[in-house]
Design a protein around this ligand. Sequence first.
Ligand SMILES: Cc1cc2nc3c(=O)[nH]c(=O)nc-3n(C[C@H](O)[C@H](O)[C@H](O)COP(=O)(O)OP(=O)(O)OC[C@H]3O[C@@H](n4cnc5c(N)ncnc54)[C@H](O)[C@@H]3O)c2cc1C
Length: 537
Amino acid sequence: MRRGLHRANGAEGKQARMNRLEMLRCVQVHRERWDIIVVGGGATGVGTAIDAASRGYDVVLFEQSDFGKGTSSRSTKLVHGGVRYLEQGNVSLVMEALKERGLLLQNAPHLVHDLGFVVPNYDWWEAPFYGIGLKLYNVLAGKYGFGTSRILSREETLERLPTIQTDGLRGGVIYFDGQFDDTRLLINMVATAFEQGATLLNYAPVTSLTKDNDGYIDGVIACDAETGEEFQARAKVVINATGAFSDGLRRQADASVKPMIAPSQGVHLVFDRSFLPGDSAMMVPHTSDGRVMFAIPWHGYTLVGTTDTPVPAATLEPVATEAEIEFILSTASLYLAKKPARADVLSVFAGIRPLVKSADIGNTAALSRDHTIHIEKSGLITIAGGKWTTYRRMAEDCVNQAAMLAQLPEKACITQGLRIHGFDGNARRFGPRYVYGSDAPAVEALMQADPRLAKPLHPALPYTGAEVIWAVRFEMARTIEDVLARRTRALFLNARAALAMSLCVAELMAGELNCGDAWKAQQVQAFEEIARHYVLS
Ligand SMILES: Cc1cc2nc3c(=O)[nH]c(=O)nc-3n(C[C@H](O)[C@H](O)[C@H](O)COP(=O)(O)OP(=O)(O)OC[C@H]3O[C@@H](n4cnc5c(N)ncnc54)[C@H](O)[C@@H]3O)c2cc1C
């Protein structure tokens, strides 16, 4: 039953016709055992599905909510080696991430670009200290380098960061890393996995695991969240890629397992561009909680974060605490001449790091950012930790393990050179539609065919009706939130604007999905419920 749906080769621009109902049908009629079931539709799970499918394995992925609803939509949007880990002496981790950073730029150039990060210096020792450290960062990147770091004079620092606090400013150090749009990349990765032959279903929570007579996991019971209908899927191996939720699924396999995840919350605040008007980002290497803080230009706004607060358990819609918000405002105020206040916050979002416990360490900033692959006695494979940047490498390691455990025919990983759907080396010519890469002309064609779809849905944001239609037709968007939070980034950039757009989005979606007034009203209410956590009152 493999490759039952039509899959165009989308990396070069042909359209992947992803459709949830067809995905569901494919799961329902699939009588044989899948080679691999992946649970979790974040960067790790979708990356694993790409890797497995591109090797030729028969793979299905189940996501309980929307693709990227978990941590993978809530990152700092950096494709980075992690300068901080260099300071911790973790050279191999940094080298691996720097290589993955280079591969991501190579395979998804429409979504990844390089960005200059300025470390402002207020003490005499900072320029030589960070200057030498960041030179090493360049050296470790080798042929995957993004740009050469160097020490900046006071004037050069001010040129790059015109709104920086000038009292006591001596100069700065600039280095280069990558920036991306996390959920645009994720949805293009879903399309890539699909084109490689995987079946991927959103709104399909795995509710339990099934075992054979010997006690080995041989499948899952999942549910179509839209109808409530349960179904069973059997596989040679099941991979748990549920991020911060990993322990929950592990307990399904064995109620007595010790938790391996130490969830830690990170919060970002979004401001308008006037707080950071240049093209460079600012990086503060040591905040009072021992983390780095970034202020980054992103989609015409300013993103500031993040915190690191241990939390007892993961939730799907984490909420920023008052202490976290105050911490970011006060830290940003130390470095920005224009002090950001609560009233300036356009959106606030929180995410949970799926850190893997190595020992009893109280401070989560000190926990390993390496990934871990854990195989239970029952054969359940859990892949957790790591970071967005290293998803490809995590997936490669995980599929190697899964193939060995399930005795699948040996096949080499090919993802180092595999282009991500939408690949386009010159996507900036599409203006705000650049995030669609090679799909941008098709989105623009919708705008040309119906000029009503060409108008921005809100004056503060570039998103048009065509993008709503596109998201529903080709990107498996099912709810207003899918469109406004993850297919576009309206909710993350400007929550009040997103709220103002929601009725219009409901109208457009209802037309595509053949839904009536009750659906529209329910959708708007559900979106308002979620969006209120992104608005600071
Ligand atoms: C604040 C913050 C900033 C970060 N910034 C960066 C950065 O700039 N760069 C970087 O490289 N990394 C960054 N990271 C790390 C990176 O975002 C994560 O490592 C990565 O997104 C984790 O992806 P994941 O797929 O493992 O988890 P998730 O994205 O959480 O995916 C797990 C999925 O599993 C689903 N799921 C759970 N249970 C079930 C079930 N029973 N059935 C079906 N589905 C289920 C969930 O709904 C979820 O969608 C950041 C992390 C945080 C928290």
